[in-house]
Design a protein around this ligand. Sequence first.
Ligand code: HEM
Length: 488
Amino acid sequence: MSLILPGMRLAPSRLSRLQFVCRQCLRHQSPKASSRILQPSRPSRRHASTTSTTLITTKRQGLSANFFSTSATVQFNATTSTATHASAQQLSRRAFPETTSSKSVAYWLLGSAASVFGIVVFGGLTRLTESGLSITEWKPVTGFLPPLTQQDWESEFEKYRASPEFKMLNSQMDLAEFKKIYFMEWSHRLWGRFIGLSFVVPTAYFIARRRVSAPMAWNLVGISSLIGFQGFIGWWMVKSGLKDDLFAPGSHPRVSQYRLTAHLATAFVCYSWMLLAGLSILRTRRLLANPADSMKLVEALKHPAMVPFRRSVAALTALVFTTVLSGALVAGLDAGLIYNEFPKMGLGLAPPASELWDKFYSHKEDGSDLWWRNMLENPSLVQLDHRILATTTFFSVLALFAYARRGRVVTVLPKDAHKGVTGVVHLVCLQVALGISTLIYMVPIPLAAAHQAGALALLTGTLVLGQRLRIPKSTLSLIQKKLAAMPK
Ligand code: HEM
């Protein structure tokens, strides 16, 4: 659609040139003027307005020079300039702006990120209430309607009764109970559909109306594709819980922990992308509003002491994300239901090596997959991994806090970045406290859901901090241009 629209818009502008500008008259025009009329080139909105001003000026000059010329010439000039002005407007509308300055685009992106935050927590609740496997089919379009008649409900319940979860876990469940878990999963899927539509439709609009810059348009298209992909992963994950070949006889039916991790990771990436895109628009606006101050910030961020600090924040963000992935494995394997104490795990800080590197999980005769299978599939080691990563994250944040308060960094670090570091310290303390409580109390639903939200909040903190330490080259060149255009 967005590819077709510009072409459609161009058509009338081409027509107007051919229909309303007399070719013979054009030959009499100065070559400079006619070339301007016939080949207006405008790579940007800003450039567009400059060219259109030139055209209007040319028209005015033409009129004053030929003041006593025939009315036909005057009419020609008027017609030509109207046509070129119209085509200039058409083209200026066609070109992508140099920067996305629309506040509404920024707030829409941040609103979408908030919606993804909400669905992540709701998805966690769906998993914790064991509602996720209640809908046994994937109907992306027609599935937005819940069963409406008693017959529909009976039929849905019948399908669920054939699933391993019902047979192994919920064989006593009646229709009224089924309706509760069904509504939970149905709401989760409906929310997903809402996120998809409320993102894709405005994306098409903003791109067609050229309300966003070309790089931002690519970002929006990328996010839209990721949302679609997330829907697919969601179903791929649910499917793994509907077959009974994944779990040993008698064990608790659950979805593949790998697919659950992929689903959570994609949601986190989607959220981060929306958040950063929205924040970057607001930040660029702020920087352009006061270019002189912004240049001081640029100088501060260019300081050599900032390079390792910036890298440390990037490494911390990657560490938080890795801890999140390991947490998803804990959740996927229900590994939070064992070793419900902290910091000990049984008699020591870690379970015995024979338990951590159990041959039971190896699929190969030579045991070459022993280490990674245990790291990803053995609940004891998966929990230990999460503890180690979480503890490393915690101490890394404390180290960053100390780093921000010593040497040259303390003097050059912008004020908002200082605040950002303090914010991350608070978030990691809260997250560790929530994690330990979730474990000690054997994963109660409110604590586990809060722990999941805390992970997203912590990631937000590191992303916001990282953004405060960077000014993209494109933004810098806009600031410089704006500064150069300002009266001395
Ligand atoms: C930097 C700190 C931490 C981060 C970023 C983090 C992140 C996460 C994430 C994303 C999940 C998956 C939640 C879900 O899918 O429902 C999770 C689960 C879990 N985490 Fe953490 N965590 C951290 C610290 C801790 C600590 C210190 C502990 C306790 C030792 C802990 C214990 C757990 C447990 C038991 C679960 C499973 C909860 C469930 O089954 O729903 N976490 N964590």
